[in-house]
Design a protein around this ligand. Structure first.
Ligand code: CA
Length: 413
């Protein structure tokens, strides 16, 4: 699935080139060009099965959204270390919430597993990483974002396809237009599908005749399983497991795509993470080294690729895979990430934000999402405390330093 947005997972999206862009946006905003562009799309939409009446009804009153154009061209401010991704996406809260969802939706998940061959923990882990179990759908009006990106910017043809797919879903009654929100790039609902993926993959699993991935958890869970099944999921195979490399291991053959028989990895001295031999298997596995040979290592099988296809990032796929293991009752990784400043989970990030607020920093809401305001405040505190590098990263070192410093701060309830 196309996935260029990470706000649903609380990751920073940072803007670049804003000044250059503003000059052209000012000339465009509020003028007739947007309306002209939209009306020009009516004919193209018809080719996607969207009637003129539906097109007019659902695009009436849409306004261009300047911010999404900034986000389209945004460059990440810095690379997020894998241990920071995982600290947030596989934290105690998400594990506990996922276990509650497994219980709450046990009957539906059993039927989903029977029909699509994808186990409950994997489906729930995708749900947890994509939308925090339906709590973060995105905050931008979906039609306005897609209409804007269809008329301006560097990927208009792609976004027009997504706009037309959305309109077709509204026309068919699968979706309701009221309050339809998504990421700036158009991912939305429990599963954060792009509209064209929704059109092609979504299923009606609660039997009400509508494929509703915003309002129906059964539809969303079954559609997630359908996605994985269509992308090569193999029932009763795992995604992979953590392994341990021998000293002096040559990592030249590492990589998700470079699949070799498990026996081949065994012959090179790779073992399970606890040091026991790899299980006998004729399956082919790639060696994933998210942080190089000094960090945790994983053998990943075909099902990891199915998870990867969900949003085309190995870090996210690993988060989903590891969350699914935790939901099955597994413990944390045995290998350590190569850092002396581990990442913070969402509870610890909130704690850090409270300590920043208490020192007078305007960081906005205490939400556990470390955005530009929080990072700027962290830089100031890192510099004040002489911590290097003063990079604005929310890690344990700055949190521990502020906690040690006191004074005690009352936590808002
Ligand atoms: Ca339904």
């Amino acid at each position: 699935m196309e996935r260029t947005d990470t706000t649903g997972a609380g990751m920073p999206a940072r803007l670049a080139g804003a000044a250059l862009w503003l000059s052209s946006a000012a000339a465009w905003a509020g003028d007739a060009a947007f309306a002209d562009c939209l009306s020009g799309l009516r004919g193209q939409a018809a080719a996607s099965g969207v009637s003129a009446a539906a097109f007019d009804r659902f695009t009436a009153g849409l306004q261009p959204q300047m911010e999404v154009l900034q986000l389209l061209d945004a460059q990440p401010e810095f690379r997020t270390p894998i241990w920071d991704y995982l600290a947030v996406l596989v934290d105690a809260q998400r594990i506990a919430d996922g276990q509650a969802k497994l219980r709450e939706h046990a009957d539906t998940l059993a039927r989903v597993a029977a029909q699509y061959g994808v186990d409950a923990e994997t489906v729930v882990a995708v749900w947890g990483v994509e939308s925090d179990y339906g709590t973060t759908f995105g905050k931008r009006p979906l039609l306005q974002s897609l209409a804007t990106l269809s008329c301006r910017g560097r990927r208009q043809a792609y976004f027009r396809g997504e706009l037309f797919a959305t309109l077709a879903l509204l026309q068919s009654g699968d979706l309701q237009a009221d309050g339809l929100l998504g990421s700036w790039a158009g991912a939305f609902g429990h599963t954060q599908f792009m509209p064209s993926t929704y059109r092609d993959i979504a299923v009606d699993f609660d039997g009400d005749g509508r494929r509703d991935l915003v309002g129906s958890v059964p539809d969303a869970l079954a559609s997630t399983a359908n996605y994985l099944a269509r992308n090569g999921w193999r029932p009763s195979e795992g995604w992979g497991y953590e392994v341990k490399l021998p000293a002096g291991f040559d990592a030249a053959d590492a990589g998700r795509k470079n699949k070799r028989p498990v026996a081949d990895w065994s012959s090179r001295g790779v073992t399970r993470a606890d040091g026991t031999p790899l299980p006998a298997s004729d399956a082919a596995a790639g060696l994933l080294l998210p942080a190089g040979v000094a960090g945790p290592a994983f053998l990943v099988f075909r099902n990891f690729d199915a998870i990867y296809s969900y949003n085309a990032a190995e870090s996210y796929a690993l988060a989903i895979a590891l969350l699914s293991d935790r939901l099955r009752g597994a413990g944390p990784l045995l290998g350590a990430w190569p850092t002396d400043d581990p990442g913070l989970d969402r509870a610890a990030r909130k704690h850090l934000q409270i300590l920043l607020l208490a020192r007078g920093h305007d960081i906005g809401e205490v939400d556990g999402a470390i955005g530009p305001l929080s990072r700027r405040a962290i830089v100031v505190e890192q510099q004040r405390l002489g911590l290097q590098p003063a990079d604005g990263r929310a890690g344990h070192r700055i949190l521990d330093a502020l906690v040690r410093e006191g004074p005690p701060v009352a936590l808002p309830r």
